[in-house]
Design a protein around this ligand. Sequence first.
Ligand code: F3S
Length: 69
Amino acid sequence: MTERLKVHVDPDKCQGHARCKALAPELFELDEYGNAREAGDGTVPPGLEDKAWLAKSNCPEIAIDVIEE
Ligand code: F3S
């Protein structure tokens, strides 16, 4: 069975550094203030798992969670 990942942005922690969007544009969207949220329901498409972990480790505010389902 294939592991599925989801990303989630904590809106209380996100300060709009936008590194997530730069590193994993498929997984994040920015609002009009530059704050991020997960694209869609946050499900990470197959092959983008590394980008999910990369975004998490590069967020200066530790606002990104990667959830293993
Ligand atoms: Fe916000 Fe972190 Fe991305 S602060 S815009 S979730 S890099």
